[in-house]
Design a binder for this molecule. Structure first.
Ligand code: NDP
Length: 331
């Protein structure tokens, strides 16, 4: 098995040299264990938090031990009655080519006819996050005007489409011109945050949706949050899903200067961690699965080829180099 480790807990933006590729001979399979050849690996922004050496809602990665993350693969050997050779499965032993795990922590892929990697993106954790943030946290209602930051990413791209289906104006904030063009192509008003301060972004959001927003789906923080606060309506809800603008920061960021808007406009702002809502996953699949198989959801993917490229794929998330879900395909 070949796997990646990190050699240190980085300050600021992680460098490529932080990641080391190792090779090891796996021990013989024990009763109750399964050996899997991973076919797709997920890289996700939350992994940066696990590289900080501090326990948050999840333990930090251990230095010089195999990194973890969502993966799908095929069973190549099984000593557990629940799995047989050839089964397609999902588990958390990513960042490696071959995983050997107790069967208890492996799940069969759901039986919806989609490419297997969709279970790492639109029908996996990011998709579930988009759906939960809108429905369970922001409690979206018909006709709500919705603003989404990092709107062309794995979570954001589903959030804008689910929001759009509720009939209000949906505005997405993104970086690169091709991302803005993609958002416009699916009927979302796109606003760039690049080379802008909060005041400029705020003015552009006002122009995009003069009536203001009922829901802000927050993936970024920083100037996006400050600009959004100026454009929320009375009684608006903010679902704080992520704050990626801060993940590589060396010092904690300060609160936006216009926090008073929360008071003045009676805004509810709520953070959430998707693991707490995982019991709703079947409900999510039931609702979003058919939309995906019928082609009613446009889900994009950015794919890096080969295990060696996994750290590069991860680091690209912070450069905004991905459209849709960032994935690594293994041979
Ligand atoms: P994305 O696919 O959205 O990839 C990250 C994107 O973030 C980039 O493509 C980039 O897009 C944008 N970005 C990166 N750095 C910055 C920056 N400094 N300022 C503004 N935008 C930036 O990732 P995911 O969809 O997987 O995750 C999106 C967010 O959701 C993250 O914050 C993540 O932590 C969070 N999340 C939270 C979960 C939870 O349980 N609460 C679960 C899953 C994800 P652009 O080109 O637009 O800049």
């Amino acid at each position: 098995s070949r796997y990646f480790t990190i050699t240190d807990y980085p300050q600021g933006t992680p460098q490529r040299e932080l990641f080391e590729l190792h090779s090891t001979e796996l021990p013989p399979l024990q009763d109750g264990e399964v050996r899997i050849r991973n076919t797709w690996l997920s890289v996700d922004p939350y992994m940066r938090g696990r590289m900080s050496g501090v326990k948050t809602y999840i333990d930090p990665f251990e230095l010089n031990e195999p990194l973890e993350g969502a993966a799908v693969g095929e069973v190549i050997e099984s000593r557990d009655a629940r799995f047989k050779q050839g089964d397609k499965v999902r588990h958390m032993a990513g960042w490696r080519d071959i995983a050997q795990l107790k069967a208890d922590i492996i799940e069969p892929l759901p039986e919806i006819e989609v490419p297997e990697e969709a279970y790492l993106g639109v029908l996996g954790m990011p998709g579930m996050t988009a759906w939960s943030g809108l429905n369970l946290i922001a409690k979206i209602r018909e006709g709500d005007n919705v603003l989404v930051s990092a709107a062309s990413g794995a979570v954001g791209s589903l959030a804008v489409q689910l929001a759009k289906a509720r009939g209000g104006t949906v505005v997405g904030i993104a970086g690169a011109p091709e991302k803005l063009a993609w958002l416009e192509s699916i009927g979302i008003t796109a606003v760039s945050y690049r080379d802008k301060d909060a005041q400029q972004l705020s003015a552009d959001l006002k122009e995009a949706c003069p009536a203001g927003f009922d829901v802000y789906y927050e993936n970024v923080g920083g100037i996006c949050l400050e600009a959004a606060l100026n454009n929320l309506r009375v009684g608006a809800r903010i679902a704080v899903c992520g704050l990626i603008a801060d993940y590589n920061a060396e010092k904690p960021s300060t609160a936006p200067g216009n926090l008073a808007m929360i008071l003045i406009r009676r805004i509810r702002m709520q953070g959430f961690i998707i693991f707490d809502h995982w019991t709703e996953y079947p409900h999510f699949l039931e609702e979003v699965g058919p939309l995906v198989t019928k082609g009613e959801i446009d889900y994009e993917q950015t794919v890096e080829e080969g295990l060696e490229r996994t750290p590069d794929a991860f680091l690209k998330l912070f450069e905004g180099a991905n459209k849709g879900k960032m994935l690594v395909r293994l041979q």
